[in-house]
Design a protein around this ligand. Structure first.
Ligand SMILES: *Cc1c(COP(=O)(O)O)cnc(C)c1O
Length: 374
């Protein structure tokens, strides 16, 4: 692909994603299976390309949020088992069966609905049971007084003759947070999960795939790996401890200086005149704005990597462009590449400046930005 024709693009390194999977695996007990979370277009990296790379490199499972995301992968020829993490309306059951997808079941009523529809259609639906051990989102209730009822409901769901309960999982709410309170909360979630597994086993209900470890847990609680881990962010090479596992960021968001203007002191820059030049200033205009996923709230609060150093961003970020100060960077010229995040400019720092998490910035790199696979 000819990068010279691109205004702004995202360079994606599937080889880094494969490297990250291997690095994560190497840190876990031998034989731990690997599920790659590729929801939300693989956190903006392109679900098809990422899934193909993971499949070729020996991943065991993929997870997406909804049926449409799963179908995109099947249509592209991805054959790995795919877990749908969210709900699928029962009228789409024929598609689930025809495409060999694995459906999350998060309460007894849904299990019964899927059971009745599968019995009518013929066939069997592969499911993973989801437990709510403290996330307060999807899942069978099982905390506190709800324990015995939770066991009973899961056992009832698993006894449905047209459902194949292959797996069971839960999701941690605080595994990526520092501090004792988060640690206690996470370990309490894990204890509840394993207590449920034991109580179910006593009733003869066993699962081939028990999984709970998201990125935070893979890093901070490797003892929760069980049969399979389920990381997303780490797979793409981000997160607070990317250094520890030697992970490599898989995306580089790049643009190019479109034009450079030299202003005297006292000139106001962009909408609202938020920034006024303080001296003679070489100001670059770069074709990236909030329609590309560069949040407007970052206006005046970030810097991009340009040949020779960091260029502070000045004035309001517009829909399609923004301005960067090149006064201290005499080597920067029209057409010079500008890295918004990636190798030199850190995504984590940009997320912090925006008051958010790296996940949100990755998912926000918009459709207008072509993904270029290296
Ligand atoms: C998104 C998601 C993950 C991956 O989370 P990371 O923090 O990116 O590792 C794992 N499990 C479930 C249920 C999820 O929704």
């Amino acid at each position: 692909m000819d990068l010279n024709t691109k205004r702004t693009w995202a360079e994606i390194r599937p080889d880094h994603i494969v490297h990250n999977m291997r690095a994560i695996r190497a840190a876990l007990p031998e034989g731990t299976r690997f599920l790659g979370v590729v929801k939300a277009d693989a956190y903006g990296h392109g679900a098809v390309a990422v899934s193909r790379a993971l499949e070729a490199a020996g991943a065991d499972y993929l997870a997406v949020s909804c049926l449409d995301e799963a179908l995109e992968l099947r249509t592209a020829g991805v054959g790995l088992p795919i877990l749908i993490l969210g709900h699928t309306p029962v009228e789409y059951l024929p598609t689930l069966l025809a495409c060999g997808l694995t459906q999350t079941v998060s309460n007894l009523a849904k299990a019964q609905e899927y059971e009745a529809a599968t019995a009518r259609l013929g066939g069997r639906l592969r499911i993973h049971i989801k437990l709510d051990t403290g996330m307060g989102r999807l899942g069978f209730l099982c905390a506190g007084d709800g324990f015995a009822q939770g066991v009973e409901n899961v056992a009832a769901a698993c006894s449905c003759p047209h459902l194949v309960p292959e797996g069971i999982y839960t999701h941690f709410a605080m595994s990526d947070m520092p501090g004792q309170e988060a640690r206690d909360y996470t370990l309490a979630q894990f204890r509840l999960f394993t207590a449920m597994l034991e109580a179910l086993e006593e009733q003869g209900v066993r699962f081939r795939l028990r999984h709970c470890a998201n990125s935070g847990a893979v890093l901070h609680y490797p003892e929760t790996a069980l049969d399979m881990v389920r990381p997303g962010l780490l797979l793409y090479g981000y997160g607070d401890a990317e250094d520890r596992l030697g992970l490599r960021p898989a995306m580089r968001l790049v643009t190019r200086v479109a034009t450079i203007k030299t202003y005297p002191a006292g000139v106001r820059i962009s909408y609202g005149g938020l920034y006024t030049t303080e001296r003679r200033t070489r100001m670059g205009v770069v074709p990236i704005g909030y329609a590309d996923g560069l949040f407007r709230c970052l206006s005046g609060r970030c810097a991009f990597a340009v040949a020779g150093g960091q260029a502070p961003q000045r004035g309001r970020i517009c829909m399609d462009m923004c301005m960067i100060d090149l006064t201290e960077l005499p080597d920067a010229a029209v057409d010079s590449p500008v890295e918004v995040f990636g190798e030199t400019a850190s995504l984590d720092a940009l997320a912090e400046a925006a008051g958010t998490i790296p996940y949100e910035l990755l998912c926000s790199v918009s459709k207008r930005v072509p993904r270029v696979y290296l």
